[in-house]
Design a protein around this ligand. Structure first.
Ligand code: ZN
Length: 181
């Protein structure tokens, strides 16, 4: 097997020219800050330009089947173990045509099929899962139209993500017990 030497530990951001840690070649490398901005504005623009009927259909589906949650993502860097708290959004649907329509509206790929065992029948489930800045972009676009329960989930998820990263102490259990769960 050939060992590739294309991957590198630093890259130059194609947007802001900052040189920082990354794995891709300079030609496509985006620094973390620019990547965040791009992820956020990409989905925000999709919502801005969305057909009104499609938007209403999407909000209704989120209200009925969507869930906002807090995700802890661990990462080890030279100065220790860190947790990156992220807002999460997930939608699970048993009909592929429905999940596919939803996913296309926000330009993501549906995941699945998963098999859910319930009452001895195996049910197929498809999902859309989004975390971090993309999830925040969805939140900001749909939040005003959602009911109380979703709004409470959203509030927790936002509070969770805006903590930024925090250091994990290896001598104690993981600190990211999800708030309020
Ligand atoms: Zn950049």
């Amino acid at each position: 097997m050939m060992i590739s030497n294309i991957s590198r530990i630093t890259g130059k951001c194609i947007h802001c020219s900052k040189r920082t840690q990354g794995k891709n070649s300079d030609a496509e490398f985006l620094c973390r800050k620019c990547q965040k901005t791009e992820e956020y504005s990409g989905i925000t623009n999709l919502f801005k330009n969305m057909d009104k009927f499609d938007f209403g259909w999407l909000v209704g589906l989120i209200e009925g089947e969507g869930c906002f949650y807090c995700k802890g993502s661990n990462c080890k860097i030279s100065t220790g173990n860190y947790c990156y708290p992220l807002a999460g959004f997930t939608l699970m649907i048993t009909d592929f045509d429905v999940i596919n329509r939803f996913a296309k509206l926000i330009n993501v790929q549906p995941k699945g099929p998963y098999y859910k065992k319930s009452n001895k029948t195996r049910k197929v489930v498809w999902s859309v899962q989004i975390t971090g800045n993309k999830a925040l972009a969805i939140i900001n676009s749909v939040n005003p139209h959602l009911g109380e329960r979703r709004k409470q989930q959203i509030e927790k998820a936002i509070q969770w993500q805006i903590q930024g990263r925090f250091k994990l102490d290896s001598s104690s259990p993981p600190r990211y017990n999800l708030p309020g769960n």
